[in-house]
Design a protein. Sequence first.
Length: 131
Amino acid sequence: MSSAPSERTAARKRILIADDDPAISRLLERILGYEFDVATTSDGRAALQLAEQIHPDLMILDVMMPGLDGFAVAAQARNIPGLRTVPIIFLTARDNASDTIKGIQAGARHYITKPFKIDDVTAKVRKTLGL
């Protein structure tokens, strides 16, 4: 399931959220949607396809998803010219140090573990987007 905004407002940044937990996707879409255009999907392969269509300013990726995991999405995005420089934030339940290192090596600007504080997520999103 994916949703994409029908029309992009020029002044608003676009965020792609890929998380297989619908409650988390809805929460992030609702909170971030006040300030940003948000598109969501629950599958790694769909995340790459949607990213190529909408050219997001930021991707928020879960690590554990069907299709491709978040690490694979990040790695493949780095090989796609239009996505190569899109910043990534991982938002995941995987909280061991080796996963954090793997996330940073995959190009993540931030690695946030679940459960998370929404204020922390919004602050890191804003910082990553230079706002």
